[in-house]
Structures are given as C-alpha cells and as structure tokens.
Ligand binder design. Structure first.
Ligand SMILES: [Zn+2]
Length: 128
C-alpha cells in the first residue's frame, strides 16, 4: 500500500509527489549569534527513531512547504501543517507550547500503526 500524505491545500496524495528536506525543529540563530550556534544549526541533527517533524515540499502539486509529523520507524504520518503556519505558531508560542495552525490528520486509519518497539523478523542480531 502506498504511503499517503494529506496536503492541507491539495488533499490526500501519494508520498512520491513530495520531496523531503529534513528535520523541522532547528531554529535559525540570530544574525550575530556565536559560531557554535550556527555550527549546531547547520550540521547537528538528531537521528530520531520515532515521531518527529520534518520539512516536506509538495513538488508534484502546489509546491508549498509543509511540516509533516511522521514516525521515522513506522512511516505513519500523524499530521501535516503548512510551513508558514508552523513558523508563525513557533514565533508566537512560549517555549514548550504546542503547535497551532492548519493541521490535517493522517489519511491512514488509526489502528494500522505498529508499535514503535516492535522489531521486524530477521533484522535483529542473534543473542550470543
Ligand atoms: Zn499540495
């Protein structure tokens, strides 16, 4: 079954219409920030195994940038929001608050999600 992403502007589309850019959580430092802050912003990323927010562009559709909340292990898409709405919400909220904006829930039915701790058969190492 194809993975589906619900674009807030175009509706449910196959993921092949989208291009991923990566983690949406780093916040751009101020222009006069220290070298270390810029180095971390440009080069350092967490390798998340679980739910994270990523920038995706709907290159095969409206060409808008989106923030997709996705499980990197199960590939389940939890929500999609326009990146402009996400940025406005990030700028307006106090630290630790939740994201507001035009959020679209996943097109996948609930209950199809796999447990994040489940391992695929044959991919684990044999115990000594
Ligand atoms: Zn679109």
């Amino acid at each position: 079954m194809a993975s589906l992403i619900t674009c807030p502007h175009c509706g449910v589309r196959p993921k092949e219409e989208f291009t991923i850019r990566g983690d949406a959580s780093p916040i751009r430092p101020q222009p006069g920030a220290a070298f270390e802050a810029w180095d971390a912003y440009v080069h350092l990323r967490d390798n998340v195994r679980g739910v994270m927010k990523e920038h995706w562009q709907h290159t095969g559709g409206c060409r808008r940038w989106l923030v997709v909340e996705r499980d990197t292990f199960t590939h389940d898409v939890h929500s999609v929001v326009d990146a402009a709405d996400f940025s406005r919400a990030q700028a307006a909220k106090p630290a630790g608050a939740t994201t507001a904006g035009k959020t679209v829930k996943s097109a996948r039915p609930a209950g199809k999600a796999k447990a994040a701790t489940a391992a695929k058969p044959g991919t684990g190492r044999a115990k000594p």
